[in-house]
Every structure is written in C-alpha cells, then in structure tokens.
Design a protein around this ligand. Structure first.
Ligand code: FMN
Length: 363
C-alpha cells in the first residue's frame, strides 16, 4: 500500500531535517515502497558498469549508507551514499535545511554531518554480503573533515577504504558548506588533487571508476580548465552539478538570507546549461551524471539530451515522494520512444549538433 499520500502532510509540517530523519527511520523498517524497472530501453553501460536504468539517487540523502537496500527497492538504477568524511563530525548548527515549497526547492548548509568512514564502510560491507558487486550500482561520495589538515589525505583515506566495496567513488569538491572546499576546483589545486587521487585509485587492487562532482557556479574559464584536467588525468566521469550559491529572484523571500546551497527546480536550468557546456568541452568523451532540479521525466530527458549519460535526483523526492521514481522512468521510456530512440544511450547529447548526427547514425 502506498502510504506516502498520508505521510506527506506530516513530513511537510515538520522541520525539514527532522522529516528526513523520520523518512530514514521508516525506510529502515524495510516496509518502504517497491518498484522495479525492467524496460530494456533504459538499461545502459557507463564507465564500464551496467546500469538497469539511468536514474540514481544523488548524494546527501543517505549520508551514512544506512538504507541502501530500501533505496534500491524504490527502483533506482544506482544509489550514491555519502558524503562521508574520514572522522565523525556534527556538521553546522541546526536548523540547516529550508524548503521553498512554492518553487520545489531547498537550501541546505548541512556541512557534512556524519558518523565517519568506519561506520559508513561497515554499512557498505554489510550490504555487500547479500548483494555482490555488479548486482546494484552503489556509489560512495567522499569528502573531507572540517578541520582536515590535508584535504588530499582525507580523500585518499576515502578511496582506500571504499575501493573494495563501492562500484564507483565520487570526489566531492563542490559542497558550498565546507570552507575552502570549492577552491579545490581551481586549476592548480585540482591538477594536484586529481594527480594524487588517480594515483591512489590506481594503487588499489580493485579500481572503481573515480568521478568528480562539480558546482554549477563556475565561469567559462573554470569549466574549460576542469574539462581539460578531467580528460588529462583520465578520471572516469563528472557529476554536474552540486547545489548553487545563486539566489534567483523567484526564491521565497524568507529564504533569501539563508546561507547554503540551493537545489531543486530553481537550479534546474542552470545545471542543464552546465551539463551542456561540459559535454561540449569534453566533446562527449567523458561520461556526465546530470543532477539539479529533476522533478519529472521531461527534466531527466532534457539533461540526457544536454549530454548526461546518467541522472540523479534528490530534492524532487522531497516534494513528490517515492512515486517520482516510476514516473520518471516510465515517462522517460515513453519520451525516448516518441523521438525514435531505441535505447537511452542514443539520446545522450542529442541536443548538440554532433550529438544529433550521432543519434541519427544509430537510429
Ligand atoms: C539536504 C541536501 C543535502 C545534500 N548533501 C550532499 C552531500 O552530502 N554531498 C553531495 O555531493 N551533494 C549533496 N547534496 C546535493 C545533491 O546531491 C544534488 O547534487 C543537488 O541537490 C542537485 O540535485 P537536486 O536538485 O535533485 O537535489 C545535497 C542536497 C540536499 C538538498
């Protein structure tokens, strides 16, 4: 039975973070929603991994990897747990998550609260006991502690600990809520960081794909530099994007002064533009995971046509609930069919001139 319609008004009346904690507790009961997507048009292979479908859960929902199995039961093609930091930390003072229901958007300044790498890795290992690699695609998003003396060592710890169990690892340099983190996106710092982290990854007996998650607030020179470095260091993909520091005019006045990153519908078009830019800058040679304001199948399709091979959602779930997953997947399959694509991979980058040529060639 779908209990979400009854639950929704209760969750919406609560503080956003408390509502989230209640949701995690309910998922832990194992009685959460179940949906399985079996449309072969949606299966895809990206950075060497087979995905049942291209819709993933974005980082930040399951920070401590506590509800991996119930999240897969919801129908996601992949789940990205984290961001996890090496040591436990409380994050920023509460309240630190704010909803703008009218715009289906959220501002958060969580600041990576979490129980740390030992707890996270234990949960991932426990999940893996019943679910071998290759069955479900589990990503681990890694970050740094607030008081990290050496950010690169914190990321190295994350890679070394999670490489055996995670299907891919995301290096998060784009949360706006850890001082100095986004500076790691600058050319020289990123050059050194990617060099060190690829070396760390390549040293592991099991070498999961390494992705870099970037902010949407990058000027064109920064985007070009990141694209060039990503290709040169041969990282496996980009996640575009994290939350924005922008404050669009439409944002509810009560939230305008809140510090933090904005996600949801008000981020949607910016994120899609940045995806398109990275697709162009990398000439379609680097897989992109698109995130930002996906609230229905058309939004997911727009990101795929802009150049995303996979997409992720978080804020949409806050406002639409778990039925968003089947709605996106079934709607996406219908949109692909309508446009004559027999497979989701054919639509990737279709909004670009050369993408369209490629798409026609495979049709
Ligand atoms: C409450 C909240 C917490 C988040 N925490 C993280 C995080 O820990 N790590 C991360 O990489 N992204 C985090 N994000 C960003 C999302 O993963 C995603 O990139 C962004 O919200 C855009 O997608 P959306 O509009 O579908 O939410 C968080 C987002 C929200 C709303």
């Amino acid at each position: 039975m779908n209990v979400y319609p009854f639950l929704r008004p209760i969750l919406m009346s609560m503080d956003a973070e408390k509502a989230h904690r209640l949701t995690i507790s309910l998922l832990k009961t194992g009685l959460g929603p179940r949906y399985a997507c079996a449309d072969p048009a949606l299966s895809c292979k990206v950075f060497g991994i087979e995905f049942k479908n291209p819709l993933g859960l974005a980082a930040g929902f399951d920070k401590d990897a506590e509800v991996i199995a119930p999240l897969f039961h919801m129908g996601f093609g992949f789940v990205e747990a984290g961001t996890v930091t090496p040591r436990p930390q409380p994050g920023n003072p509460k309240p630190r998550v704010f909803r703008d229901a009218g715009n289906k958007s959220v501002i958060n300044r969580m600041g990576f609260p979490g129980k740390g790498l030992d707890y996270f890795a234990g949960n991932v290992a426990a999940y893996r006991q019943g679910h071998g690699k290759g069955q479900d695609v589990l990503g681990a998003n890694i970050g740094i502690n607030k008081d990290a003396p050496s950010p690169v060592d914190d990321y190295r710890d994350g890679i070394a600990r999670l490489a055996p169990a995670a299907d891919y690892i995301t290096v998060n340099v784009s949360s706006p809520n850890t001082a100095g983190l986004r500076d790691l996106q600058r050319r020289d710092e990123l050059d050194r960081l990617l060099e060190a982290l690829m070396e760390e990854r390549n040293r592991q007996p099991v070498k999961p794909p390494l992705l870099l998650k970037v902010a949407p607030d990058l000027d064109s020179a920064q985007r070009a530099a990141i694209a060039e470095l990503a290709l040169r260091h041969r990282i496996d993909g980009l996640i575009v994007s994290n939350t924005t520091l922008a404050r669009p005019a439409a944002l509810a006045p009560a939230l305008k002064e809140e510090k933090g990153g904005l996600s949801g519908q008000l981020l949607k078009d910016l994120a899609t533009d940045v995806i398109g830019d990275f697709y162009r800058l990398t000439e379609g040679n680097l897989p992109i995971v698109g995130a930002g304001g996906i609230g229905g199948p058309e939004d997911a399709y727009a990101k795929i046509c802009a150049g995303a091979s996979l997409v992720q959602v978080y804020t949409g779930l806050v406002f639409e609930g778990p039925s968003l997953v089947p709605r996106i997947l079934e709607g996406l399959a219908a949109l692909l069919k309508k446009d004559g694509f027999s497979h989701v991979a054919e639509a990737v980058g279709a909004a670009h001139a050369y993408g369209q040529r490629a798409a026609k060639a495979v049709r």
